[in-house]
Design a protein around this ligand. Structure first.
Ligand code: HEM
Length: 404
């Protein structure tokens, strides 16, 4: 296979939910910085090699803002990624403030406290799976609905101070705003999410609590330069990024482990010793979504033999980077004992995931508990029959029937 003469159009077709499109391998070899077309039909550069992806993630010449948002190439129209606003100068200051505001919420102390909550929640959901299986005529339980969804939702609700009874509502909005098929009004969902969050922010203003939304509302009240819209945008982004990504990684992690028996047996033979390393391989290989991280070049950038022009859109494929054989020996193999561990599943550089330690706590607790309590766990369906979300920025599965 060689790279098509015309620009390949994203998303590329995947053989199944655990594999990437073969075109990524071709591009990595032949055109590591390739001209592609986004799902919105706009031109962009797709970067697929680990070295370039990692360098560019840490390169201050690339950012999220564009001086002329109306002219900027989009990955999708509407969806989560809204029009790139702001300019190069204010982007850095806004980002620094965002990290400063959020850092206390993710302190080691808060994360340790959350760790106990996570353990209790996971035990409760596993009890629920056991009960669901006993009640089911075919002895099957749904790990997606019974554990992968409710855990990250409950955790993010506690952290942000979002009422758990609103979770069906914000789950539905999250799903719609991350969908880029033409028949879903993603931009409408995003606007509705903003209104929902504004309502919640007003409640916190009137009755502040020990939670992140209350912190953000307080910061916005005290600092005139911190815009209300920006605060709402960050709150929506946190609620979305704080659960959606983790839901997917739990589902894909279970699929990775259960689709090859020896992986699951390796983990369940000694969950306390083996879980952390398995979770890092899940982070590297459990690739949700079809796209990557979006940036705009703030100046001309020479990389991988091409010149990315100022203002051009750049898609950094962390999924392709994490499977680069130059960076990971036998890259497609799930190998918890591999020497190379520096995957970019949580990004890299200045935007490195703020929630990484919380996400790791959730994933480790889930897989350690499952492997300890249900060592006979197996998929109750073939890999090809697992229902997958397509045309969706973060991808993932919609159900995961298991038995034991
Ligand atoms: C397995 C779960 C998760 C994955 C795979 C993940 C992945 C990522 C990645 C790849 C980035 C970098 C984005 C970029 O460079 O443009 C990122 C950033 C971020 N993540 Fe996560 N994340 C996860 C869980 C969480 C959780 C639980 C939270 C919050 C509770 C969170 C909050 C954030 C925030 C606020 C950023 C933006 C950081 C910045 O721009 O400086 N993430 N995440």
């Amino acid at each position: 296979m060689t790279v098509a003469a015309e620009r390949p159009a994203l998303p590329f077709t995947r053989p199944n939910v655990l594999e990437l499109a073969p075109l990524y391998d071709v591009l990595r070899r032949e055109a590591p910085v390739a001209a592609v077309t986004t799902p919105a039909g706009d031109p962009a550069w797709l970067v697929t090699r680990y070295a370039e992806v990692r360098d560019l993630l840490g390169d201050p010449r690339l950012g999220r803002s564009h001086p002329h948002p109306e002219r900027a190439a989009r990955i999708t129209h509407g969806a989560v990624q809204e029009g790139p606003s702001g300019d190069y100068e204010t982007e850095e200051a806004d980002h620094t403030r965002m990290r400063r505001l959020l850092t206390p919420a993710f302190s080691a102390k808060r994360m340790r406290q959350m760790g106990d909550d996570v353990a209790a929640l996971v035990d409760g959901y596993v009890d629920g799976l056991v009960a669901a299986k006993e009640a089911s005529p075919d002895g099957v339980a749904d790990l997606h609905e019974g554990l992968a969804v409710p855990l990250p939702v409950a955790v993010i609700c506690r952290l942000l101070g979002v009422p758990p009874e609103d979770s069906d509502h914000f789950r539905a909005l999250s799903d719609r705003m991350a969908t880029y098929s033409g028949d879903v009004d993603a931009a409408g969902a995003r606007a509705e999410f903003g209104r929902y969050m504004a309502g919640l922010a007003e409640q916190k203003r009137a009755d502040p609590r020990e939670d992140v939304i209350s912190d953000l509302v307080r910061a916005q009240t005290e600092d005139e330069s911190y815009g209300y819209d920006e605060m709402i945008r960050l709150s929506v982004g946190l609620l979305f990024a704080g659960h959606e990504t983790t839901v997917n990684r739990i589902g894909l992690g279970a699929l990775l482990l259960l689709s090859r028996r020896e992986r699951w047996e390796d983990l369940s033979a000694d969950p306390d010793a083996r879980t952390d390393a398995h979770v890092e391989e899940i982070m590297r290989l459990g690739a949700p979504g079809d796209l990557g991280l979006l940036r705009y070049a703030h100046t001309d950038v020479e990389v991988g033999g091409v010149t990315i022009g100022e203002g051009d859109a750049v898609i950094l494929s962390i999924n392709a980077a994490n499977r680069d054989p130059e960076a990971f020996a036998d890259a497609e193999a799930f190998d918890p004992d591999r020497a190379e561990r520096a995957h970019v599943g949580f990004g890299h550089g200045g935007h490195f995931c703020i929630g990484a330690s919380l996400a790791r706590t959730e994933l480790r607790t889930v897989f350690r508990t499952l492997a300890t309590r249900l060592p006979g766990l197996r998929l109750a369906t073939g890999l090809d029959d697992v229902e997958v979300r397509t045309q969706h920025l973060t991808g993932g599965v919609t159900a995961l029937p298991v038995t034991w």
